[in-house]
Design a protein around this ligand. Structure first.
Ligand SMILES: Nc1ncnc2c1ncn2[C@@H]1O[C@H](COP(=O)(O)OP(=O)(O)OP(=O)(O)O)[C@@H](O)[C@H]1O
Length: 319
């Protein structure tokens, strides 16, 4: 559905050249929901703008919905819906009118635009708001309307550029629910950019991570976490000397990446922490080291990013 090869995009600015995207290759299969993750300025929007024909690539190529984005942009546009970062509705237009106008712009007949608008209003739980001015909608309702606008012509592929940025946690969770449901009902391919780790983790089957204009990871959230981050066992013992011995014993466990101590606490990064914790406790018990407390921490996508770059995605996104 989406195939990009060595896409690059540079911008000339007064202070020099910005290499926003530096050789992006990716494939997205029909029906996949892929999250495109990265800190501010990583090159996500620029990549999406190239894939959606809004920006010509400096070099490289991409096919979306079976058509080349440079040679046949009109055919690509017929296949895709694009929900950008800004709101797509006019403040003094009524919700249903906005949808109708969008449908007519997509060359739908008035009757089919009306039917599709009603269908989407119901699907995105906006039906009670059809006759309201867009300006009177809440942030979450406006975003759902943006999604509906992107879906009027029943695209096969939906691009969502940071759909939940600026929404409160409740509206964000609600939007995720709608997108997940939509996807289940329609089997649409969804390409979603985000810097919310939870959004990627909750919704996506595959996560692409971009940093400084290049892709640094591409896999399922589970595999990324298992292979690139690992679980962390944290145990506390009675004194610093015992902690040192405990760390040494922990290093002898299978698949241990790191074991370090901090005072009486020992942190062990390894695969399959849940299975390994009882074994570690047994080994410490045999060495006469009493375990005072023990926890297993599952990795997050932020741990994956930290493992790959040495920086926290959460902090880089916030700054
Ligand atoms: N029109 C432009 N002119 C000059 N530089 C640009 C332009 N558009 C983007 N850039 C630069 O390209 C880099 C990538 O920007 P882009 O918007 O693609 O990042 P992003 O990952 O989408 O970030 P965000 O999460 O903040 O939206 C940044 O350094 C940005 O300043």
């Amino acid at each position: 559905m989406i195939a990009a090869r060595d896409l690059t995009r540079t911008f000339k600015t007064k202070t020099g050249t910005v290499e926003a995207v530096r050789g992006l290759s990716l494939d997205v299969a029909e029906g996949e929901l892929v999250a495109f993750l990265g800190p501010n300025g990583a090159g996500k929007s620029t990549s999406v703008r190239m894939l959606t024909t809004l920006l010509p690539p400096t070099s490289g190529s991409a096919r979306v919905g079976g058509h080349d984005v440079v040679r046949d942009p009109a055919a690509v546009r017929r296949q895709i819906g694009y929900v950008g970062q800004g709101t797509g509705s006019g403040p003094y237009h009524r919700v249903r009118d906005e949808l109708m106008t969008q449908g007519r712009a997509q060359r739908m007949s008035a009757a089919s635009a009306r039917n599709r608008a009603d269908e989407l209003l119901a699907m995105l739980e906006l039906d009670g708001l059809a006759d309201r001015d867009c300006a009177s909608l809440s942030g979450g309702q406006k975003r759902r309307l943006d999604v509906a606008l992107g879906l009027m012509h029943t695209p096969r592929i939906l691009f969502l550029d940071e759909p939940s940025t600026g929404l409160d946690p409740h509206s964000r969770a609600n939007l995720w629910e709608h997108i997940t449901r939509l996807r289940k009902q329609s089997g649409m391919t969804i390409f979603l950019t985000t810097h919310y780790l939870e959004e990627a983790d909750t919704m996506a089957e595959r996560v692409l991570i971009m940093d400084h204009g290049v892709m640094i990871a591409d896999d399922t959230p589970e595999k990324l976490k298992a292979h690139l981050a690992g679980d962390t066992l944290r145990i506390t013992v009675n004194d610093d000397a015992q902690a040192g011995r405990a760390a040494e014993l922990a290093r002898a466990l299978p698949d241990v990446r790191e074991a370090r101590c901090e005072g009486r606490a020992v942190s062990v990064t390894l695969r399959d922490g849940e299975a390994m914790l009882p074994e570690l406790i047994r080994r410490l018990h045999r060495a006469d080291i009493e375990v005072v407390s023990a926890t297993v921490k599952r990795p997050t996508l932020d741990d994956v990013f930290l493992g790959l770059t040495g920086r926290s995605l959460r902090e880089t996104a916030a700054s």
